[in-house]
Structure formats: C-alpha cells, structure tokens
Design a binder for this molecule. Structure first.
Ligand SMILES: Cc1ncc(COP(=O)(O)O)c(C=O)c1O
Length: 368
C-alpha cells in the first residue's frame, strides 16, 4: 500500500458537482468581493461556533493580527503563547508590534497553564492559547489566569473548528478567536482563507474595519486598515463544505477510535486521548499527533512500508528556529517532546483498510 499524508485532490473530488455549481454561480453573477456568499458563510460560522459575530478574512495569520490590533495590543505589550504551534501564532504577535513570550506545553501537547501563569509580567496583555490538533484546551485554567491578571484571551483556533470544551465551542472563549481555512484544515478552501469570531460587538466592529481598509459601511475610511477579506469565491466553496462538517468530524473521530484499537496496547507509543475518554472534551482530530521513544526509526520503517508521516512545523517548535530571536528561551519539555512527536495520516480520504494497514505496520515495527 502507499498512503500519502494527505490527498489534496480528494478535497475537490468529494463534492465536485456542488463545488463547481457554487463557483460557477459566483462567477456568473460577477460577485467577487464582500458579497452575499461571504455574509452567508459568516452567519454559518457564528452559528456553528455559538458566537455573536463572525468575519471571513484572507487567512488565519491575518485573522490573529487583526484580533490583536482590534484589542489594541501593540508595542511594549507581551502576549503569552505556546512554542508548540505554527510560527503564525508568534508571527501575528510580532506583526502587531508586541512581543511573543513562548511557553511550554504540557503532556497533552497544549499550552501548560502553570507555565503561562509563571510567564505573566507587568507588560503582559494577553494569553493566546492554541487549540492544537483539533482539541480545545482547558479554558477554565486559561481564563482563571487571565481573570487573575486582567489579561485578554485571544484564541488561536486555527486547528479546532468544531471542537468543544465543557460544551462550548473553540472560538467562543475570550475577546476574539481565529480560524484557518487552509486547504488541509477540517474546513478548507482552495487556497488561503481565515475567520474571526467574537461575542463582543465592539471587537467585531473594529475587526470588520481592520480587514477592509478601515472603511465603514458607507465606504468612509475611519481608521487605518488592511486588505484582508475572504474572497467571495472561497466563501461559496466553504458554504458547500460546511454542509459536510458533521460527517467530516464524525469520520475523523471514527479514525481516532480505530487508531486507539490498533495501537492502544503498544507501551512505547503515546496516543492522543480517545474521542470518548473525557466528557469535558469533544475533539475533532485535525491531526493525530502521537509520541514514540523510537520516533525516527519508526517513521523510517513506515516510510519504507509506504506510509507517509510528518512532524509538525517542519520538525521544530517556534523557539528552535534560529533567526526569530529566541536563542535565550529554554523550554526543555517542548524540546523533549519534539524528539518524540509526529503525525500519522488523519483525514477523511483514509479507508478503514488503510488505517488498519498503518496500525499493522506500527505493530510490526514493535514486533507486536
Ligand atoms: C495553529 C495555527 N495557527 C495559525 C495558523 C495560520 O493560519 P493560515 O495558514 O491560514 O494563515 C495555522 C495554519 O496552518 C495553524 O495551524
């Protein structure tokens, strides 16, 4: 068997006719920027996340920058963010003019609340929890640190649309939250796309200005802004794909169950929590990040057997990238995790047989 990490053509093949019809309709109407498909999408995103306001923007990174700027976070301010994240989380803080303060993750791979609390200084303005791999972190712990120190919470929920903590959706906590609709995301368009959610009408108003040249509904420029609108064509594609979200999530959770059945007994392997393990968490498995004490050997063996795996962020947490200025930052837990963690394929193009084959190959590697 040959199992790629991700099958991009599947994204189109899955709903070919509906997608072509939706895109054709947009192009025939000549409705390209800030049109009804975008409004429809924003309404659906707000309703799906249980928030009052949602906006489509050009990509997830811009969404984070816009959220930070709308919260008036900038030069002289610090924002606490885990190092186990895509560079975009830290980059957004940098481009808002503030300083990213990188902290450890915990055994669950999510921001370590103790480390976040210890990193608070007089300059800290916000915590940016990253809802990693399709799981919403313990938002009670994050919110209590924020309340104690009067900090804002800006959620990086790029990887977690549909996940919930204690019944509340990723994207509904804090001052504002960001989503990414990069093609490989649970809800992906055919290029870059991003979203913002908030329950605060003032944040929503400021973020809407920031994504469209600072223009109000009459076209008057009332402040400085960016050009960061989600294309109407992409919104139309996302509207089609949104109809399959429940199926998409259910299938990912089913694959997670199959991985647990196949790999749960291997002592050297640490798996993500199972879909039914903890009633506080509803996970959507954007990624399936596992740990192995023999990671590099295991990955090489899987590659030989036709199974393609990857390590997130090209193998390094943010603080390890030379050139970003974090050479003084010491995060031993995250460093250790990055000698062990990697992603098995997790997407809805996988068949049960393929998941079975992957489990079989991993077990064979361990002689089980
Ligand atoms: C955790 C995380 N944050 C932020 C982003 C940025 O999103 P985008 O690629 O849409 O700019 C991503 C996307 O890959 C992500 O995974």
């Amino acid at each position: 068997m040959s199992i790629p990490f991700f099958r991009y053509p599947h994204l189109f093949a899955q709903q070919r006719d509906e997608i072509l019809a939706a895109m054709t309709a947009v192009m025939e109407r000549g409705a390209f920027i800030l049109q009804s498909d975008l409004v429809e999408f924003e309404t659906a995103l707000a309703s799906f996340t249980g928030t009052l306001h949602a906006l489509g923007v050009a990509n997830g990174t811009d969404a984070l920058i816009i959220a930070l700027r709308a919260a008036e976070i900038g030069p002289g301010d610090e924002v606490i963010v885990p190092s186990h994240t895509y560079v975009a989380s830290a980059a957004s803080i940098h481009f808002a003019g503030a300083t990213p303060v990188l902290v450890e993750c915990g055994p669950d791979h999510m921001i370590d609340p103790g480390a976040a609390a210890a990193a608070v200084t007089a300059r800290t303005r916000a915590i940016m929890p990253v809802q990693l791999n399709g799981r919403t972190c313990d938002m009670d712990a994050i919110q209590s640190i924020a309340d104690r120190h009067e900090l804002l919470v800006i959620e990086d929920a790029a990887q977690a649309l549909g996940s919930r903590f204690k019944g509340r959706s990723a994207g509904s906590f804090g001052a504002a939250a960001e989503f990414s609709f990069y093609p490989a995301k649970i809800l992906g368009c055919f290029g870059d796309g991003g979203g913002l959610t908030t329950n605060d009408p003032e944040m929503a108003r400021k973020m809407a200005l920031l994504r469209d040249h600072g223009r109000d509904e009459n076209g008057t420029v009332v402040t400085w802004g960016l050009n960061s609108r989600l294309d109407n064509l992409h919104a139309a594609v996302l509207n089609v794909k949104f109809q399959q979200m429940d199926m998409e999530i259910a299938r990912r959770r089913q694959i997670a169950r199959l991985y647990r059945e196949g790999l749960g007994s291997l002592e050297d392997i640490v798996l993500p929590p199972g879909p039914d393990d903890d009633p506080d968490h509803f996970d959507v498995y954007q990624n399936y990040e596992i740990e192995s004490g023999r990671r590099d050997e295991l990955r090489a063996a899987l590659e030989k057997d036709g199974v393609r795996t990857i390590i997130q962020w090209a193998g390094k947490p943010v603080h390890q990238f030379e050139g970003l200025g974090f050479s003084d930052v010491r995060l031993p837990f995250t460093d250790q995790l990055f000698t062990r963690c990697f992603l098995l394929p997790m997407n809805t193009s996988l068949t049960d047989d393929e998941v079975g084959y992957i489990c079989d190959r991993v077990r064979k590697f361990y002689g089980a």
